[in-house]
Design a protein around this ligand. Structure first.
Ligand code: SF4
Length: 202
């Protein structure tokens, strides 16, 4: 039998294939929800994603190179999106960084307003997820955070900010520890997008 994860007959014999096929379905949800907002606001999905990313991440990450990595698109794609956001006066280019050729992207007042109208685009999914039992959520989160870390290790996922790949993370007697916060990290404490994350170099 063809063992493609997309072959329904094979899925019936292999739960991991069902999970992968399920994740593929869920990835469509993000596209659908984002397009809904995009149509309503008159921006493209990537332009909305850029604005929301800038709103919630430190300035060092708000540049064309990083955004291209973050969203798995080319730098020209990001530059084009930025050009339009700039024309619409939703962002401000800040050239005050030491490297005068590059700039950091800041939100204008209008940009902040657009974020407040769009950053709830994933809420329909969040509402459904919240309805599961806490123990189920804990298990899913544990698997998800490990999966993200492994995908990053093999180079498929270029960007991630979870504890497992952070230079401040260590494993002490089977428990997770953050050397920056100086505390043991329980499953709930593991972060998926930590503002203090710094990539482990080894
Ligand atoms: S700094 Fe953040 S990402 Fe790094 S180990 Fe601590 S909590 Fe986790």
């Amino acid at each position: 039998m063809n063992k493609s994860v997309f072959n329904p007959d094979h899925q019936q014999q292999d739960v991991s294939s069902k999970i992968v096929a399920g994740l593929e379905r869920i990835s469509e949800v993000f596209k659908t929800l984002l397009w809904e907002k995009a149509k309503h606001i008159g921006l493209s999905p990537i332009q909305i994603q850029i604005l929301i990313f800038i709103a919630y991440h430190k300035h060092e990450l708000c540049n064309v190179s990083h955004l291209a990595k973050e969203f798995n698109v080319t730098k020209p794609t990001i530059s084009d999106a930025i050009k339009i956001l700039n024309k619409k006066e939703m962002i401000i280019k800040d050239y005050s960084s030491p490297d005068s050729r590059s700039y950091t992207i800041l939100l204008s007042t209008l940009g902040k307003d657009i974020v407040s109208q769009t950053d709830d685009f994933a809420n329909p999914l969040k509402s459904l997820v919240s309805n599961f039992e806490k123990t189920d959520l804990d298990k899913v989160f544990s698997t998800l955070s490990e999966l993200i870390s492994k995908l990053n290790k093999i180079g498929i996922l270029k960007v991630q900010r979870t504890c497992y790949a952070c230079k401040f993370y260590s494993k002490n007697n089977d428990s997770n520890y953050c050397n920056l916060l100086e505390k043991t990290l329980l499953n709930d404490d593991i972060r998926i997008d930590c503002p203090e994350f710094e990539e482990k170099t080894n």
